[in-house]
Ligand binder design. Structure first.
Ligand SMILES: [Zn+2]
Length: 199
C-alpha cells in the first residue's frame, strides 16, 4: 500500500496483514491523530479499496460499499484496539484484555456473504456494509495477534518510527517499515558514519 507521511514523503508499506494495514497507517488517537486519514465514511471506503481486502477480486466496486458514521466509529474503535494489541505483541507481550474485548466483539459480527457468481467467479453479496468489513479486520487481528503469528509482529527498527507490521519474510529478518523510507535512511546514515557519500 502506498502511504503518504505528513512530511510529504510517499513510500510503499507492506503491513503484512490486514489489521495492521488499518492500525499502522490510517491514524488514530493521541499522537497518531496527525496521521488521520479516515475523516468520513467515504475515506474508509477508499482505504478498503486500496487495502488487501481486495474488494475487486470479490466483484465489489467502491460504490457497492455502504458505510455509515456509526460503522466508521466502530472501525475507529477497532483500530485503537488493534493498535494497542499490536503494540503489546510487538513488545513480546499479549493483547491487553480491554483491547481483546473490542476485537472479540467485532470478530463475532457478520462478515461479507460469499457466493459463486454466474460467470463462475467468487463474489461477495452486494452491498457490502462497513461493519462486515470491520468484522473481517477483527478476525484477521485474532489470527495475527495470537501465537504463533504474533511472534512475527514487529515495530520498525528506526528510533523515530512506530510503524508495526507482520514480518512475512521466510527468514523472518525484516527490520524496516519500508526500504523506501527507514531502510534507506539507515543506509544513508551508515554511509555517513563511514565518511562516504551514499551510493
Ligand atoms: Zn520505519
Amino acid at each position: 500500500m502506498r502511504v503518504r507521511h505528513p512530511d510529504g514523503q510517499a513510500f510503499t508499506f507492506d503491513a503484512g496483514t490486514l489489521c495492521l494495514e488499518l492500525s499502522s497507517v490510517t491514524g488514530g488517537e493521541g499522537h497518531r491523530a496527525r496521521y488521520e486519514v479516515l475523516h468520513s465514511p467515504a475515506d474508509f471506503v477508499r482505504w478498503a479499496a486500496a487495502s488487501r481486502l481486495d474488494l475487486r477480486a470479490h466483484g465489489v466496486r467502491p460504490g457497492d460499499v455502504v458505510v455509515t458514521e456509526e460503522e466508521l466509529a466502530l472501525v475507529k474503535r477497532l483500530r485503537e484496539a488493534v493498535w494497542a494489541g499490536a503494540w503489546a505483541t510487538a513488545g513480546g507481550g499479549a493483547v491487553p484484555p480491554a483491547a481483546a474485548t473490542v476485537i472479540n466483539e467485532v470478530a463475532g459480527m457478520a462478515v461479507p456473504v460469499p457466493f459463486i457468481a454466474a460467470d463462475g467467479a467468487r463474489a461477495w453479496r452486494r452491498p457490502v456494509r462497513g461493519d462486515q468489513l470491520a468484522a473481517l479486520i477483527a478476525r484477521d487481528a485474532v489470527a495475527a495477534l495470537t501465537p504463533p503469528t504474533a511472534a512475527r509482529v514487529r515495530m520498525c527498527a528506526a528510533d523515530d518510527c512506530a510503524l508495526i507490521y507482520l514480518d512475512t519474510s521466510r527468514p523472518g529478518n525484516r527490520r524496516w517499515c519500508s526500504m523506501d523510507r527507514c531502510g534507506n535512511r539507515a543506509k544513508v546514515r551508515g554511509h555517513r558514519l563511514r565518511g562516504k557519500e551514499p551510493s
